[in-house]
Design a binder for this molecule. Structure first.
Ligand code: SAH
Length: 556
C-alpha cells in the first residue's frame, strides 16, 4: 500500500491524481501531518509526501529504524516539478516508486543512490541473485578500481566498466557453484539449473525441497541458480510438486511421457515406466529443459530429483532507432542498447546513440554497404554467447539488417526484436493521415531487385488503388525510376491525387511537401526522402493528406 500525505491544496490535488491512477494501491492520509505520517508509516510500504524534503526529513527522522524495515519515502515539491526518493531507495523500493510517481505527475525523478538493484552497475539489469560483498564491489566498480570478472560460461551479460576484467583485489564471480565467501567477492547466480522432479501420489513439498537441497549439496551447487522445475505431464497437478515450485518461486514445466521416454538417460527405472509410461521422469525432464546432467537422479521415499545445467545462449537484439529524433527512439530500444555488450551497425547510426551505451560496450561500426559483414558479425558475436544489439534506422526489419541476420542465425541464439518507427510512418505523421486506408511500401532500389519485379508491384498497387509509400526513391545513380513509377500510378489515378514528399523526417533540416501526382517533381527527391502517393480516397484537406477511412458517417 502507498500512503499519500498532503497538506496544501496543490499537494492534495497531486495526491488525488496518484489516487486516481492507482486506486487499489493508494490510501490518502488526512488530518494533522505528523499524525497522518505516523499512521502511514506503520500501515504502508511506501509513502509519498507532498512536502518539502526538509519538512519530510524532520517528520520521518524519529521514525527511522533500518533500510530493511522502513517504508520507501518519496517527496514531491509543491509545484510538482520534482519527485525525490528520500529513503529506502533499494530495499524498500523508493527509487522505483519515485520513477512511477514522476511518470504520473510529469515530474522529474530525483534518485541519489549510487547504484541500483543488485548494486552492480550494468549487471543490475539482469536481475540475477547476487551474494557477498555487493556494496564493496559496487563501490570499487564506481571508483574505477580493478575488479576481476570470472564466469563458468559466457553468459550474455551487459557490458562492464573497462576496469572489470584482468585481476584485482575485488572479484565478480558468475557461477552456479558454491564458492567460499570472502569480503571482496560478489557471486552472481545465473539461471543455469533445472531440477527434474518425479514423485508418487501424495508426496509433500517438503520432501521434494529436501531432496532438491540434498542434490544441490552433492553437486556443490546453489539453489539461487535453479530456474525451473520440470516433470511429466501426468504429475503436473501433483500438489506437492506444485507447492514446491510455488515455494521456490520457480515455473513448473511438464512434458508428455513419450517425449520423456525418448531422452537418453543414465538411470532409467522400471517403476517409472510402469507408473507413468516413461523409464525416466527426473533426469529426462531436466534434460529436456537443459543441456548437461550435473546431478543424476536421487531418490527419497516418494520423490526423485535430478539436476541439469543450461548451456547459456547468446542474445541478438534487432533494434530500430526510429527516423532520427531521440524521443522517437523507444525506451525499449534504449534498454536493449544498454543491455548489449556488443553493438553492431552503420557508423552514422551508432553515432546517434553512443551516449546511451554503457561504459565498456564494444562498438563494431562500419560504412555503407558491408551488409553481409555486419549481419554475420552480429550473429557470430551472439553465437559466442554475447549480448549483441544490431541497430538500424527506422525499423531494423524494414529494408534493413534484421532479415540478412536472421537468415544466418540458428536456433542456438535468442533473438529479440525491438520495433522502431519506420520512415513511412514518420513521413505519414508529418503529411497528415495518408495511410488511413490500405497501403503498400515499395522500395525503388533496383540494386538487389530487378526493375521488372518492382514495376510489376507498382502496377499491382496502381490497379489495386493502394496508397503507395516509396522508400529509396531516387539517388544520383538511380535517377529515372521514380519518374517511371509515378507514370505507372498516373495511368490509374487522377492527376490531382494528393502526393507528399518528406525529406529527413524528424531530423535536422526536415522538409515536408504536399503536392499532387501530376506536380510532383522527381528532381526534388533524393535518398533521404520518402514519397507517398494517395489513392482515390485521399484528399488534401487544410494542406494535409487525408486518406478517408470510409466510415459510414463520413459518406455523403
Ligand atoms: N529501416 C529503415 C529504412 C531503410 S531504407 C526504416 O525503417 O525507416 C532507406 C530509405 O528509408 C531511404 O532511402 C529513405 O527513403 C527512407 N528513410 C529512412 N529514414 C528517413 C527519414 N528520416 N526521412 C525520410 N526518409 C527516410
Amino acid at each position: 500500500m502507498i500512503g499519500l500525505i498532503a497538506v496544501t491544496t496543490a499537494g492534495r490535488a497531486a495526491a488525488a491524481r496518484l489516487a486516481q491512477a492507482w486506486p487499489a494501491e493508494t490510501r490518502t492520509y488526512d488530518g494533522p501531518v505528523r499524525l497522518a505520517l505516523h499512521r502511514a508509516w506503520t500501515e504502508c510500504d511506501g509513502l509519498v509526501c507532498f512536502l518539502a524534503v526538509g519538512a519530510t526529513t524532520r517528520l520521518v527522522a524519529p521514525l527511522l529504524d533500518s533500510k530493511w524495515v522502513d517504508p520507501a519515502v518519496v517527496c514531491v515539491d509543491e509545484p510538482g516539478r520534482y519527485a525525490v526518493a528520500l529513503v529506502g531507495g533499494h530495499a524498500a523500493g523508493a527509487n522505483a516508486l519515485c520513477a512511477k510517481v514522476a511518470d504520473v505527475l510529469g515530474a522529474q525523478p530525483i534518485v541519489t543512490t549510487a547504484t541500483d538493484a543488485t548494486g552492480l552497475p550494468g549487471l543490475d539489469t539482469l536481475d540475477w541473485p547476487a551474494e557477498g560483498a555487493i556494496s564493496r564491489v559496487s563501490r570499487a566498480m564506481l571508483d574505477g578500481e580493478p575488479v576481476s570478472f570470472t564466469t563458468d560460461a559466457t553468459w550474455p551479460v551487459p557490458p562492464l566498466p573497462v576496469t572489470v576484467g584482468g585481476t584485482g583485489q575485488y572479484r565478480i564471480v558468475v557461477t552456479d557453484r558454491i564458492v567460499p565467501p570472502d569480503d571482496n567477492t560478489v557471486v552472481l547466480r545465473p539461471p543455469s539449473l533445472v531440477a527434474g522432479v518425479g514423485a508418487s501420489k501424495g508426496v509433500t513439498a517438503d520432501e521434494i525441497l529436501g531432496l532438491l537441497d540434498e542434490a544441490l549439496t552433492v553437486g556443490g551447487l546453489s539453489r539461487e541458480s535453479v530456474t525451473a522445475l520440470a516433470t511429466v505431464e501426468a504429475k503436473a497437478g501433483e500438489e506437492g510438486i506444485v507447492a514446491a515450485a510455488r515455494q521456490g518461486g520457480w515455473p513448473l514445466r511438464s512434458y508428455p511421457a513419450d517425449r520423456l521416454a525418448a531422452v537418453p538417460v543414465p538411470n532409467p527405472g522400471e517403476a517409472a515406466l510402469a507408473a507413468v509410461g516413461t523409464p525416466s521422469v527426473a533426469e529426462a525432464a531436466a534434460l529436456i529443459c537443459a543441456d548437461l546432467l550435473v546431478v543424476p537422479k536421487r531418490k527419497s521415499a516418494m520423490a526423485t530429483v535430478a539436476l541439469a545445467r543450461i548451456r547459456p545462449r547468446g542474445r541478438l537484439a534487432l533494434v530500430g532507432l526510429g527516423p532520427g529524433d531521440r524521443d522517437l527512439v523507444t525506451p525499449r530500444a534504449i534498454a536493449e542498447l544498454r543491455r548489449a555488450s556488443v553493438v553492431v551497425g552503420l557508423d552514422r547510426y551508432l553515432d546517434q546513440i553512443r551516449d546511451v551505451l554503457r561504459p565498456g560496450t564494444r562498438v563494431i561500426g562500419s560504412g555503407l554497404g558491408d551488409e553481409e559483414q555486419r549481419a554475420s558479425t552480429a550473429v557470430a558475436e551472439a553465437r559466442m554467447g554475447h549480448a549483441v544489439a544490431l541497430v538500424g534506422s527506422g525499423d531494423a526489419g524494414v529494408y534493413a539488417m534484421a532479415s540478412p541476420a536472421l537468415a544466418m542465425a540458428g536456433t542456438d541464439i535468442d533473438v529479440v526484436g525491438v520495433p522502431g518507427v519506420t520512415a513511412g510512418l514518420a513521413a505519414a505523421a508529418l503529411l497528415g493521415a495518408p495511410l488511413g486506408h490500405d497501403h503498400v511500401i515499395i522500395s525503388l532500389s533496383d540494386l538487389h531487385t530487378p526493375w521488372e519485379i518492382i514495376e510489376r508491384r507498382i502496377r499491382a498497387a496502381a490497379e489495386g488503388d493502394f496508397v503507395v509509400a516509396f522508400y529509396n526513391p531516387r539517388s544520383k545513380e538511380r535517377d529515372w525510376q521514380l519518374g517511371a513509377a509515378l507514370e505507372i500510378l498516373a495511368a490509374h489515378r487522377d492527376p490531382g491525387t494528393p502526393a507528399g514528399v518528406v525529406r529527413d523526417a524528424f531530423r535536422p533540416g526536415q522538409q515536408v511537401l504536399v503536392t499532387t501526382l501530376a506536380e510532383l517533381d522527381p528532381a526534388t527527391v533524393d535518398m533521404r526522402s520518402v514519397v507517398i502517393v494517395g489513392s482515390a480516397s485521399t484528399q488534401t484537406i487544410a494542406g494535409r493528406m487525408v486518406t478517408s477511412r470510409g466510415y459510414r458517417w463520413q459518406r455523403p
